[in-house]
Structure formats: structure tokens, C-alpha cells
Design a protein around this ligand. Sequence first.
Ligand code: ADP
Ligand code: UDP
Length: 234
Amino acid sequence: MNRLEKIYEGKAKILYACEDPDLVIQYFKDEATAFDGKKKGIIHEKGVLNNRISSRIFKHLEERGIKTHFVEMLNDREMLVKKLRIIPIEVVVRNIAAGSLAKRMGVEEGASLKDTVLEFYYKSDPLGDPMINEYHVKAFNIARPEELREMEAAALKVNKFLSDFFDERGIILVDFKLEFGVHGGKLLLGDEITPDGCRLWDKTTMEKMDKDRFRRDLGKIEEAYQEVLRKVMQ
Ligand code: ADP
Ligand code: UDP
């Protein structure tokens, strides 16, 4: 499948059309951004690592009955996926308090939670992805109520499958972000599942193995992404 015209260029990926109008090619870049795009940088070979990590994880989820956009990995930086009408909601699932949740609730990063937390954010760069709830989704017609329920149920299943998957590999899945879209009338999990959009902590050392190394200038970023790839391939 060959790349045709560019459809969209985002902060971490480029989407290209291909011969099949139902499919698109996701090209993974090395660019990294944080804090609503205010911090910019390059993580050497991130595109290659994220393409491999995401492909492996989507395959794992498909094998467990989660419907995703994944078709196949084409080469180092390109993944063939089903073309989606993306629902502009970022679904965040959290198992441990970190990042914006720790700040908002005034707890230490790493504080345990009595139950899983699921949050919705409105996907809008100019607005800085504000947090929303199901009332906003309904009132602003961002998604249909049944779509939201389906996204919520799928996100919780993904959390179960991936928490176990990472746990078996010595990694704690602290939190992560998912995006969904519609293809042929069906809701599919889209975008990517990589250390860019997940918090992953080493179970023994509690070292961060994700984009927080970039956000917080912790160094050894490529090494951390490489280690995640090595472990997810086990
Ligand atoms: P951003 O748009 O936030 O800068 P990226 O650089 O990751 O993010 O760009 C990828 C874009 O492609 C995102 O906006 C995402 O919602 C969208 N997307 C992900 N998967 C698909 C898909 N299968 N079909 C169409 N769009 C998709
Ligand atoms: N996340 C993401 N994209 C966003 C916002 C958050 O992928 O635009 C991920 C982030 O990597 C983390 C989880 O969602 O794994 C929760 O992020 P949080 O709300 O703590 O925001 P942050 O402090 O990371 O901006």
C-alpha cells in the first residue's frame, strides 16, 4: 500500500491517503510536544519505536476482542489503519494518581486510588483539551450518548487487558489516553497506544518509562522507549 496525498499533519503523526479510500497510513514522527505544544523537541527514533509498540499493543487488544483501527504495520514508521471519523473526546483512564489528577486533587504523585478513574477531555488544541463530563457531551452534541457508553466500556476493558499485559512485563500502567472513531457505522479504538500517551512505571525501581521523561527533563528518554519496546515484544 503506497502513500498518496497528505491528509493531516499533527504533533506526532502524519496521515496519508492510500489507494484504498477506507484506509489511511499513519506516519510516526520523532517530534515530541508537551504542555499544549508549548514544549517542543525531538526524541531520536521515537517514530520507529512508537509504531512498533502501538502495533504490538493493538494486535494484543484485537486478539482479546477489542475493535481497533489497526490493519498492519507497513514499515518502520508507517502503520496502515482504517480511516475513522474521530470523535473529539480523549478518554483518560487512571489506576494511580499522577500528573493533572494528583495536582487537581492535591495528592502526591503515586497515591493509590480506591477505584479506577475515567475522565473525558474535549479534544481541542486551541482550548487546551478542557475536561468535560457526559452532560457537556450531550449538551454540545460531541458524541451520541450510546457512543459515549460504548467508549467508556471499551476503555475499561482496554485498561484491564493492558494493566495485565504490562504487569506481566514488570511495568505498572499508571494512566493512559485513548481516542475512538467511527468506521462503517462501528466504533473503533484509534490513534496510538505508546509511551507518548501512557504513564508507565518500572515495577521494581518505579522509574518513569514514558513521555514524563521528556516533559520533566529526566534524561534517558530514548532508552526508556526502547526498554518499553523490548518488554512489550516479550
Ligand atoms: P494531534 O492531532 O493531537 O497533533 P497526532 O500528531 O497524533 O495528534 O495526529 C494524529 C491525528 O490523527 C489525531 O488528530 C488523531 O485523532 C487522528 N487519527 C488517529 N487515528 C485515525 C484514523 N484511524 N483515522 C483518521 N484519523 C485518525
Ligand atoms: N494524555 C495524552 N494526551 C493529552 C493529555 C494526556 O496522551 O493531550 C495522557 C498522558 O500521557 C497521561 C494521561 O493521558 O498518560 C493523563 O494525563 P494528565 O491528565 O495527567 O495530563 P498531563 O499532566 O500529562 O498533561
